[in-house]
Structure formats: C-alpha cells, structure tokens
Design a protein around this ligand. Sequence first.
Ligand SMILES: [Zn+2]
Length: 227
Amino acid sequence: MAIRTQYLGVLGEEHCFSAEAQPGTAAAPGYVWQGLRALFGALEEARFALAGRALQIVEWDRTHQYCGACGGRTVARADERSRECPACREVTYPRLAPAVMGLVRRGGDLLLARAARFPEGMYSALAGFVEPGESLEQCLEREIGEEVGIRVRNMRYFASQPWPFPHSLMIAFFADYDGGEIQVDGMEISDARWFDAKKSENLPRLPARISIARKLIDAAIGEMREV
Ligand SMILES: [Zn+2]
C-alpha cells in the first residue's frame, strides 16, 4: 500500500499520480522497480519527464511533512503545489536547483573537460550549480574560471533540460573564449582540452545523445562545420 500519493497532472488524456511505497514492497505482477537513471533514454521524452517529476514531488512531499521553522506538522494546500504549517504559516514549495552548462568556443576549437566522476575517456561541457545572488551568466563565468582557469564572454542561451538527480534544472549556453590558459582545478575536473570541431576522429567519447550536454556539443560542431 502507498504511504502517500500525489496528483501530478494530465499527460495526453491520462490523469497521472505518484505514490510512495514502503521500502521492500514487491512490484505488482507484470511490473518491475527501476531506477530513474536507467530510464534516461529508454522512455520517450514526455514519459521520462513525468517520471522525473514524480520522483521529485514524492521526495519533496516525504521530506516536508514537518515545518522547517517551528517543527509543526504541515498540510498540503489545495490551491497550489505547496505545504503549509498551520501553526506558523510557513509555506514550502518543491525545490529546484538550477545548474548552468557552458560550451566554450575559440575559433574552430571547443573546450571539453573530464570530471573525475565521468566514465573512462568521456569529455563534456563544463557545468555547475547556481549560487544565491548570482545570475546564470555570472555563474557560468565563475564556474569556468574556477574549474579550468578560462575567461569567457558573449554567452548565448541554447536550451534547458529538467535534471531530476535529485532536483536540478540544467540551463545550457554557448560562450566565447576571452582569455586565460587551461588550468584544471584538479578536484572536480581532472583534465580539460581544446578539441578541433572539424576533426571528428580526434573528438573524445561524448555524453549520451539524449543529454543536453551532447545536444549542445553537436549543435556547436554542426555550426562550426558549416563555416
Ligand atoms: Zn511552522
């Protein structure tokens, strides 16, 4: 039996709900439990987004049963997605942590980096979480400066993608090189290099095609090969 259920909205013509089950609950006949990451690329985009939404809402609901200000029991508000504390009126909403991704170009070269946690040989665009008080552009400048010692300018929005691991939103930009030599921080980033976008044989292993990182890289390579 479900501990809690949440209404998610309508997909196509179906009303959708999420539910939190007791740990160790067996899957219903004909069903299996599956981690969200394994479904990335396996489910079509709208279903994957729904699964990501479900996971985030369930987790937020589970961890906000009590008020963070006074410790009182919270109740769900009926008119919006929030929980309110009847004692002190504190209201909480589902959290989202925005993260920016930046792909830096210098002439015909792309700056790609290897995070220590990446699969062997894989390189990608740089990314990091936005801090309170920062614009997306400022975050990008800071992250790229901290991680690889490069200054950037002329940031252009590319696209965004929900990233429910556990509650992020990835916002991707192109940026132009403005100065500095590559100097990796040695903590988050283990290596960073310029790759000639026209020489596909020299490109490293890239992230999965469904990821926004790969779409960003492919879009840049496509544009750079046209000129
Ligand atoms: Zn309270």
